[in-house]
Design a protein around this ligand. Sequence first.
Ligand SMILES: [Zn+2]
Length: 93
Amino acid sequence: MLKRLMRAIKARLDALAAQLERLAAAREFVEVWCTTVDPDSHEFGAELSCEEANTMAELFRTHLYANTARQLLAEHAQNCAGAANHPEKEYAW
Ligand SMILES: [Zn+2]
């Protein structure tokens, strides 16, 4: 009984460690992206699909880079024909 409980706890801790590793990688990606992309030449958003733009904007927003999220969506809007594909989001904190 105790061994089974210990195995279950270890499995849960391993899963949490994997989640933390993925979160750290996402955080590193956001930090690099948001601190190295020239905000005056944001052309990346225009190249993204609606779903890609939403996903990246949400990633930036949840890591406290709301301005980058707004800039990305503004760039995307230049080539987007489907505003309905973008749920209303408040990117101001
Ligand atoms: Zn779009």
